[in-house]
Design a protein around this ligand. Structure first.
Ligand code: IVH
Length: 719
């Protein structure tokens, strides 16, 4: 601790600058570079110095302000009642001090308190007027925050209208979180796409709310827990403990678990119990909040500059442990992405034994300088997948070996031995062998997953076993698996068998049958074409009727050609016009572009992926097998209007005889692709009879009914 005022002033300036930078990173970038505990240590040092040398206090010190500045791109909202923060404590002693302090301030009174989870997310404030959601804001600097109404509305559990009798004004405060499972999934997807991963669910939630595009937010698995109120009019609320039932009545999600206490022992008992159960919550928690129950007592206790005197946050120890990294292995995922995984000396972290941790990708290993044999710090990020936080350099053994990803894999997939490639713009290596067994299992799992073909009961283990037993080599093989084969499948080991069973098998087979009737968008998604997610699949389905149409799409080819042909102006213009007319592209509004370009939701990279996928052997095989299996998914979105715009819409054809240069199947496919219908018999509703050599009775009937007869040459012209 500095002795002289000059020394203190220097340190204070240093601390303020450092804390401000950390605030900026935390609140504005959602990418903190230090942990909460280290932050709090710096913060406390500054508070202590300002207390010791009050002359150094300043209104712009971080100790006098809450949080970060609002983002520029959002409009601002002034909170009706300021949003304050809480004092963090790390020891039970400090909790006892808190209770002693308030007892002293309110002598001779009983002071019941409530203990509830401290949710590790992003603080938000929502204003309901006469039950209707008016707006939502981040905390910002505590007085003014960002307007994030549109983003908040994408969260399913946030009511736009309150249930029942709603108060005139209700400002509710809570924490937006990303659920632990969703966080894990998002990071896997980001790592595969070569994007930086989020360090924990809180950063992921904060990063999501900062998105300027609500469509992106809508895809993130966010939830909210409300734990307090700001401005309230039109309802009498006197106790915090009554708020929970009020929130429930109004349809506002809040914590299911909370405790009442009126002594230090009971408070600590509740804190301990919460620590035992919190790992089962869907959201990440990092502590317990102790609050005075009575609002009247709260008012008399009042506030300090930054936080209320009536509440305190107790933070649990971060769940970090050290262990030895024994080895690094490489796993192959569904899309062929190679992921490095650390093999650890097994260690117990927050409720379970951990023996592996993801290292995400090659660059992460380099950035953290992780070597085999290192002592590493493990943290369960969001108490989900453990991550290697850092290397304990001081404990690095001389024998520690650096891990050269490229050298390790030797440009070969560790599972199938085929060549792998690292896209220059991505950080991930990828095995491009679609037959790779590692990929097959993952693809089956993906194929059967929710959102794809919804074949419940076929998860990772079942997929593994089906491949292992040679029952399924390709996702479509699922359609030929027999109930008996599934029923007797052993999911366990020879020593400890676990049989799938008749009932499960029947359920799975039913689901498999049902999948045959699913629409095109689902099938396109399930096909696991690189970079074709649900949105792209839906977009493709909206413009194509069948899988074959997509495989052979003139629209996608146009998208590719347009980007190839940009230099040849006339051709590009022709393509652009065609794409715009079909609705597949819009004119780009960008002003700084000299020529007006086009924008398509499906860009050239995805277009190429799709066409390549279906023109290569595996994609062709999918089309062939689907046909053999009688699976013909139709687009549910390919609207009647679009179909009606097709050149042969509403026209019925009958084919007869042998055409000179095309089979009847080919001719039928062409007619259907252009919106026409092929019928087996001639009637007065027939528009054209396409006749070839040796045409029989159908030709006679056509003549009889006066139906127009055309030959192949005319037909070609028509096309
Ligand atoms: S009460 C004026 N209750 O933690 C008191 N806060 O470190 C307002 N938090 O700013 C806060 N869970 O963002 C309260 N059950 C809970 C909470 C909670 C998480 C957040 C909140 C607050 C911060 C304090």
């Amino acid at each position: 601790m500095p002795k002289s005022e000059a020394q203190a002033a220097k340190r204070v300036a240093q601390l303020r600058e450092e804390i401000q930078e950390h605030n900026r990173r935390y609140y504005e970038e959602a990418a903190p570079s230090i942990g909460d505990r280290d932050y709090d240590r710096l913060y406390k040092e500054l508070v202590d110095l300002e207390t010791q040398f009050p002359q150094l206090k300043a209104p712009d010190s971080p100790t006098q302000r809450v949080g970060g500045k609002p983002l520029k791109a959002f409009t601002q909202i002034t909170h009706r009642v300021p949003m304050l923060s809480l004092d963090n404590t790390y020891s039970e002693e400090e909790v006892a001090d808190f209770y002693a302090r308030i007892t002293k301030l309110l002598p001779n009174e009983k002071i019941p308190v409530v203990i509830e989870p401290k949710v590790d997310g992003v603080a938000v404030s929502l204003l309901y007027e006469n039950g209707k959601l008016r707006h939502a804001a981040t905390r910002g600097d505590g007085t003014v925050g960002d307007d994030i109404t549109q983003n908040i509305k994408t969260i399913g559990s946030v009511p736009e209208r309150l249930r029942g009798e709603a108060p005139k004004i209700l400002e509710v405060r809570g924490e937006v979180f990303m659920d632990k499972k969703g966080f894990e999934k998002l990071n896997v997807e980001r790592a595969e796409a070569g994007l930086p991963v989020f360090a924990n669910p809180r950063n992921a939630a904060a990063g999501s709310l900062k998105q300027l595009d609500p469509a992106i937010v809508a895809k993130r698995p966010l939830g909210v827990v409300f734990y307090g109120t700001g401005a309230v009019e039109g309802v009498d609320l006197d106790l915090h403990s009554k708020m929970f039932s009020l929130f429930k009545k109004l349809g506002l999600p809040s914590s299911d678990r909370w405790w009442s206490a009126n002594s230090v022992e009971k408070i600590l008992g509740a804190i301990h119990e919460l620590d035992r159960v919190r790992h089962d919550f869907p959201y990440q928690t990092d502590g317990a909040v102790v609050k005075v129950d009575s609002f009247a007592q709260r008012e008399r206790l009042g506030f300090t500059a930054k936080s209320p005197r009536w509440a305190v946050a107790y933070k649990y120890e971060a769940v970090r442990v050290e262990t030895r990294l024994i080895d690094i292995v490489v796993q192959v995922g569904r899309t062929g992405i190679l992921t490095p995984v650390a093999q650890l000396e097994p260690v117990f972290v927050s409720g379970s034994t951990v023996g592996r941790a993801t290292l995400h990708n090659e660059d992460e290993i380099k950035r953290k300088d992780i070597r085999i044999g290192d002592m590493v710090v493990i943290e369960k990020a969001g108490e989900v997948i453990p991550a290697v936080v850092e290397v304990v350099k001081a404990k690095r053994p001389r024998s520690a070996k650096s891990f050269d990803f490229a050298e390790y894999i030797h440009s070969r997939c560790p599972v199938c031995g085929e060549a792998v490639r690292r896209d220059p713009e991505f950080v991930a290596w990828r095995c491009e062998n679609i037959q790779c067994p590692a990929q097959t299992t993952r693809r089956i799992e993906f194929f059967a997953a929710r959102g794809a073909l919804d074949i419940e009961s076929i998860g990772g283990i079942v997929a593994d076993k089906l491949v292992e037993h040679g029952l399924v080599r390709d996702p479509l093989d699922l359609f030929e698996v027999k109930t008996e084969q599934l029923a007797t499948l052993n999911l366990g080991t020879d020593e400890a068998p676990r049989i799938f069973g008749e009932k499960n098998a029947k359920k799975a087979i039913d689901a498999i049958e049902r999948a045959k009737t699913f629409p095109l968008s689902r099938w396109l998604f399930a096909a696991a074409i690189p970079e074709v997610g649900k949105t792209t699949a839906s977009q493709l389905a909206a413009f194509h009727q069948t899988m074959e149409d997509v495989a052979d799409s003139p629209l996608l080819r146009d998208v590719l050609d347009y980007h190839d042909q940009r230099k040849q102006k006339t051709k590009a213009k022709e393509i652009a016009d065609r794409l715009i007319q079909s609705g597949f592209a819009q004119r780009s509004k960008s002003k700084n572009e000299k020529e007006p370009g086009i924008v398509t939701e499906v860009g050239p990279v995805v277009a190429k992926n799709v066409l390549d996928f279906f023109s290569a052997a595996p994609g062709r095989k999918i089309l062939r097998r689907m046909k053999e299996l009688g699976i013909r998914p139709k687009s549910e979105k390919f609207s009647a209007k679009k179909a009606a715009q097709l050149p042969l819409a509403g026209k019925t054809f009958v084919l007869t005889g042998t055409l000179p240069s095309m089979t009847r199947e080919e001719a039928s496919a062409k007619i259907e692709a252009l919106g026409g219908h092929v019928s087996g018999s001639v009637s007065k509703n027939t528009n054209f009879v396409l006749a070839g050599e040796e045409a029989g009775s159908k030709l006679d009937k056509a003549k009889q009914l006066g139906v127009r007869v055309i030959d192949e040459a005319e037909f070609r012209q028509m096309l």
